[in-house]
Design a protein around this ligand. Structure first.
Ligand code: MN
Length: 507
């Protein structure tokens, strides 16, 4: 590999998915993994197999399906974790076992409750054990930035000797600064004698807003793998965001002189997909993928940009895959036009699927909305999941509300061919709807948060309801989309029920 190539290691499905409420089902993870493959990331960290049966299954499924990227699974430096990881990665064409242990005094003392020597011994043993299953082993010295330098050098040298081919020095707590982190990389390169036998990786968190800057400083000083997530999703303030590090290296290649293999035109779609499936919105002023990232508000700026794009634009929206022109479809648009536009938006559809499922669904939306925009199509395709036989589906809903009546909702649900009807009153139409559904499903979910937003344009724009719910001690986020907000609310609730059903057996 040329020395100016930076590997992109995406951990959206592991560190990103750890965020409370962002849990994903197996099919949602697979959908994101496929998009990450289109983005051409080098390594996908697909999960933490020992942590739950659900994670185990997802890593297996992703390993089975994807052929191009390396598929990594995370494990603590213990045998049973590594065994589980090896099992989950068995179908993978290019598996990687990623072993970690905390090396800072804080972690050694309070988490492992042992000595530096014992941590070193466990790290070496775990790497050796992992190498029995696969040649591609990564070792992470968790909390490396708060670890003593001499001790860190010993750990790195010994784990490379034990067979690790990638050494990650994570800033797990988001504590370091660009200058300090760059110096750490430089010093490790100079001090550890066998360092040329491994790729140095960095994994930065954004607690002080420096995750991107720290990652870039590291690659300027010899690191060649950046661990990051779509939209910067991740523990606490999140991880370094993939789109930021990638577009910084691309836009300022004159400065960094480094390349990634990322197809940047797939970034926008990946961002939208991750936001929608995790229920984690992207702030409008977020770099690269925020709604305002390419919007020019000031009159002077607008005037300038119309004269020449380079006056205030350093990147083009097209370079991250924001469609340059928008084609508006209507109920008069044919199957061919629809298939063509969907393909431009990155969706390949089979003829039978188009005739039997997608086109009828499109007509339904077109009848309600008159004009169908790109966002409507993306929303429609995202909701294109297979219907589980064992879950409830909304057949119809009738809701009456007003200033002088008690809000009342009647719902009709179906499950495995059977129909159920119930009605209830409530404080408002949404409350009445949820009570009516509960009459049938009898699965009392606790509603923690309820948000509604318009996700598309035009009259009759589609509303998306995102709810955060809790059952026992599991929290999750679910969504429902419709041109009718009560219907969207009902769909979100049923989506949550389906997810809880899917997660049965998951920790
Ligand atoms: Mn992390």
């Amino acid at each position: 590999m040329a020395n100016d190539r930076v590997l992109i290691f995406d951990t959206t499905l592991r560190d990103g998915e750890q965020v409370p409420g962002a849990s994903l089902t197996k099919s949602e993870k697979l959908e994101i993994a496929k998009q990450l493959e289109k983005l051409n990331v080098d390594i996908i960290e697909a999960g933490f197999p020992i942590s739950s049966p659900g994670d185990m299954e997802s890593v297996k499924e992703i390993s089975k399906t994807l052929k191009k990227p390396v598929i990594a699974g995370l494990c603590r430096a213990v045998k049973k974790d590594i065994d589980a990881c090896a099992l989950a990665l068995k179908p993978a064409k290019k598996p990687r076992i990623h072993v970690f242990i905390g090396t800072s005094p804080q972690h050694v003392k309070f988490i492992t409750r042992t000595t530096d020597e014992e941590v070193l011994r466990r790290a070496v043993e775990a790497v050796k054990y992992a190498r029995k299953f696969c040649d591609d082993v990564e070792f992470s010295a968790m909390d490396a930035t708060r670890t003593g330098f001499d001790y860190l050098c010993r750990i790195v040298e010994e784990t490379i000797k034990a067979g690790a081919v990638t050494i990650d020095l994570p800033d797990s707590v988001g504590y370091t600064t660009p200058e300090e982190y760059g110096a750490l990389m430089r010093n490790i390169m100079n001090k550890v004698p066998n360092i040329n036998k491994a790729v140095i990786a960095v994994h930065c968190h954004n607690d002080l807003g420096m995750a991107t800057a720290n990652s870039l400083s590291a690659v300027m000083n010899g690191a060649r793998q950046i661990e990051c997530t779509i939209n910067g999703l991740g523990e606490r303030a999140g991880n370094a965001s993939l789109e930021e590090v990638v577009m910084a290296l691309k836009t300022r290649k004159d400065f960094y002189g480094l390349d990634t293999g990322i197809k940047t035109e797939e970034i926008y779609k990946a961002s939208k997909m991750v936001s929608r499936l995790t229920g984690m919105p992207v702030q409008p002023n977020k770099a690269i993928v925020g709604a305002n990232a390419f919007a020019h508000a000031s009159g002077i700026h607008q005037d300038a940009i119309l004269k020449n794009e380079t006056t205030f634009g350093i990147m083009t929206p097209q370079s991250i895959g924001i469609p340059g022109h928008e084609l508006v479809l209507t109920s008069r648009s044919g199957r061919h036009a629809l298939a063509h536009r969907l393909e431009e938006l990155g969706y390949k559809t089979g003829e039978a699927e188009m005739t039997n499922v997608i086109y009828p669904k499109f007509l339904e939306i077109a009848d309600k909305k008159k004009e169908v925009f790109d966002d409507d199509l993306i929303t429609m395709m995202t909701g294109q999941g297979k219907k589980g036989k064992d879950s409830f589906h909304l057949e119809s809903i009738y809701s009456a509300t007003g200033s002088s009546i008690i809000p009342t909702t009647t719902v009709e649900l179906s499950k495995a061919g059977q129909k159920y009807v119930a009605a209830a009153t409530g404080d408002g139409p949404v409350d009445a709807t949820y009570k009516a559904i509960n009459e049938i499903v009898k699965a009392d979910l606790i509603l923690i948060d309820y948000q509604i937003k318009s996700v598309t344009k035009g009259e009759g724009a589609q509303g998306e309801v995102t709810i955060r719910t809790k059952k026992g001690d599991v929290e999750l986020t679910a969504r429902g989309i419709s041109t009718d907000i009560i219907e969207a609310s009902a769909k979100a609730y049923l989506n949550a029920l389906g997810k809880f059903e899917n997660m049965k057996g998951k920790k």
